[in-house]
Design a protein around this ligand. Structure first.
Ligand code: NDP
Length: 288
């Protein structure tokens, strides 16, 4: 065996994780609240533990993948002192605050804690197409990163246990921000009688050009120096009036463009009309 690992939680994701370890030759111990879910893994070569505490006792590395933070609290309650001396890796979705609370819980019981988040679907576990950001104990990460890398593309974000959840929230947010804008745009495209699939094929090429702009905007935000990316705000704001007017004239929602226009107008009123789009960042702290 290349190593020993225990997996607590055998839902779709936990089962895929346990299976990846078994397939790669790890001595794998599994536990699930509903015990019957361990049967396929036992058939594949895993050992089923009768209790969560027994599963934790069986391996130096313990991976937890349950429904939510509430389930984690409940299961860690059964485990309690059995976690001493272990490395606890929690892959359950949740907030930065939950991750930090779990780290305190582990620390109080003499365990090291790593928090991980999962970006991808269960069938991709064990391939580079699923991403696992981690944060928490650097020592634990260094000791076990080759094992964790069996699961997919792994990144480490720092000693603060909340940082993997921050990365997850931010990555997911970019997806939703992009996709809601895309849906608004498809409304406009369809309202004008243009084929949405053919439009999508054309837009794919334009989207591919964005990464350099994202990098440039990130640098502008970090430095607090806003060159006129996309042109000066005073010029962009005029275009925004056309975008809003067009949407209104064809009866589609214009709320996204109105938000952008309102931010531009405020920057211009504050005397920043020569700056670029990234300068809207200055207005996005709550209460500004
Ligand atoms: P499932 O619904 O398939 O499994 C949930 C697991 O949690 C089961 O093992 C279930 O046990 C257990 N559970 C729930 N409540 C409790 C409790 N109170 N006490 C003990 N065990 C409990 O979910 P997934 O496996 O798909 O997801 C697991 C985690 O992975 C989630 O945090 C999810 O957000 C995350 N994730 C999932 C992805 C996916 O596509 N599936 C993608 C990315 C992240 P029982 O079998 O007894 O009900």
């Amino acid at each position: 065996a290349v190593g020993q690992v225990s997996v607590l939680g055998l839902g779709d994701m936990g089962s895929a994780i346990a299976k990846a370890f078994v397939d790669r030759g790890y001595r794998t111990t599994v536990w699930n609240r509903t015990a019957s879910k361990s049967a396929p893994l036992v058939d594949a070569g895993a050992t089923a533990a009768a209790t969560a505490a027994e599963a934790v006792a069986a391996s130096p590395l313990v991976v937890v993948c349950l429904l939510d933070g509430k389930a984690v609290d409940e299961v860690l309650g059964y485990v309690d002192a059995a976690v001493a001396g272990k490395v606890l890796v929690n892959l359950t979705s949740g907030s930065p605050g939950q991750a930090r609370a779990n780290e305190r819980w582990a620390g109080e019981r003499g365990a090291e804690y790593l928090d991980g988040k999962i970006m991808g679907d269960p069938p991709y576990v064990g391939t580079p197409r699923i991403m696992f950001p981690f944060s928490g104990s650097r020592r634990a990460f260094d000791a076990h990163d080759s094992t964790l890398r069996e699961l997919g593309s792994v990144t480490y974000h720092g000693e603060d246990a909340g940082l993997a959840a921050v990365e997850f929230m931010a990555q997911v947010a970019v997806g939703y921000e992009l996709l809601i804008g895309y849906l608004h745009t498809l409304r406009l495209v369809q309202a004008e009688g243009v084929d949405v699939v053919e439009f999508t094929e054309r837009i794919a090429g334009s989207v591919a050009a964005y990464p350099p702009l994202l990098t440039q905007m990130g640098k502008a935000v970090k430095n607090g120096y806003y060159p006129p990316d996309l042109g000066p705000l005073s010029v962009q704001a005029a275009l925004m009036d056309d975008m809003i007017g067009h949407r209104e004239s064809i009866g589609v929602e214009a709320v996204r463009m109105r938000e952008v226009k309102e931010l531009m107008d405020r920057r211009i009123a504050d005397g920043h009309g020569g700056q670029g789009f990234s300068s809207l960042f200055e207005l996005l702290a709550r209460g500004r």
